[in-house]
Write a protein that binds this ligand. Structure first.
Ligand SMILES: [Zn+2]
Length: 52
């Protein structure tokens, strides 16, 4: 599961690798690595007070 930003970064990464742009590819990998939330399940919605 990836967020839209990382999906775009992944596409950019593929394009950079395909065109041999290693520095851009490295950039994309770093940016993708900055989204550690992907491993977590979606946060449960906050449970408010019981319905009155
Ligand atoms: Zn992400």
């Amino acid at each position: 599961m990836q967020c839209p930003r990382c999906q775009k970064l992944t596409r950019d990464l593929d394009a950079a690798v395909a065109s041999g742009d290693r520095s851009k590819a490295a950039d994309c990998r770093v940016l993708i690595g900055r989204h550690p939330d992907h491993d977590r399940p979606a946060p449960a919605p906050k449970k408010g007070k019981a319905l009155r």
